[in-house]
Design a protein. Structure first.
Length: 216
């Protein structure tokens, strides 16, 4: 079942979910986001330049923006290094994972395999669009599809979306509606159980997974 085939899935009841972090924890989490993303951008800047040049000289626009919905339901532009051909989604219609792979450049495959295409999102974290850990932000077209089956998606707007999450690590790329709904359940569980120490463990597991070349 792909993302658009939703008729056979059940509809979840509306439930109220509460953020498990208190005000002090949220402040410390935001402070950590600013410090880590700022230091990360400085340390990784040579790699940013190299990746930018490689994409540019392979005929692509190195960085692109895509609108996502994030904290408090506000749209923002997520930043990524381009992995697909320049006009891959020129008509504005989202592609399936199979279609995206067919449109991906050779450099893009490498960047995606090692998640290097996500590096520019450190700027999103620094400016407050995102956090290091949180639910992955989605496009409105997919949110509308998810809401047909689980109206609780909007509960996630209590917190900032993130670079990584448990759902990212253990549910993988969401190329079907079933996986999107599973990811939502995991994200809602994160919302109600999150902690600073839990975030540290997720970040550490993500780093190890990337180093080992795990696909997710």
């Amino acid at each position: 079942m792909d993302i658009y085939e939703t008729t056979s899935l059940h509809t979840a009841p509306t439930v109220t979910y509460t953020d498990s972090m208190n005000g002090v924890e949220r402040f410390l989490k935001r402070l950590a986001d600013i410090v880590v993303s700022g230091v990360g951008m400085m340390l990784l800047s040579p790699f940013f330049v190299i990746i930018w040049l490689v994409i540019f000289f392979n005929g692509g626009q190195p960085v692109y923006k895509q609108e996502r919905i994030g904290y408090k339901g506000r749209p923002f532009h997520i930043l990524k290094f381009r992995t697909m051909k320049k006009d891959a989604e020129k008509d504005g219609i989202p592609r399936t994972e199979e279609e995206r792979l067919a449109q991906m450049t050779r450099v893009g495959h490498f960047l995606r395999d090692y998640h290097l295409d996500e590096f520019p999102q450190l700027w999103n974290v620094f400016r407050g669009d995102m956090s290091l850990v949180g639910y992955r932000p989605e496009r409105q077209v997919f949110i509308d599809k998810i809401l047909e089956h689980n109206p609780n998606y909007t509960q996630l707007y209590q917190i900032r979306p993130g670079l990584t999450s448990k759902a990212t690590l253990y549910n993988g790329y969401t190329d079907t509606m079933e996986k999107m709904l599973t990811r939502l359940d995991m994200d809602l569980e994160y919302l109600t159980t999150r902690s600073l120490w839990g975030d540290v463990k997720i970040i550490w597991t993500t780093v190890l997974s990337i180093v080992k070349g795990k696909k997710f």
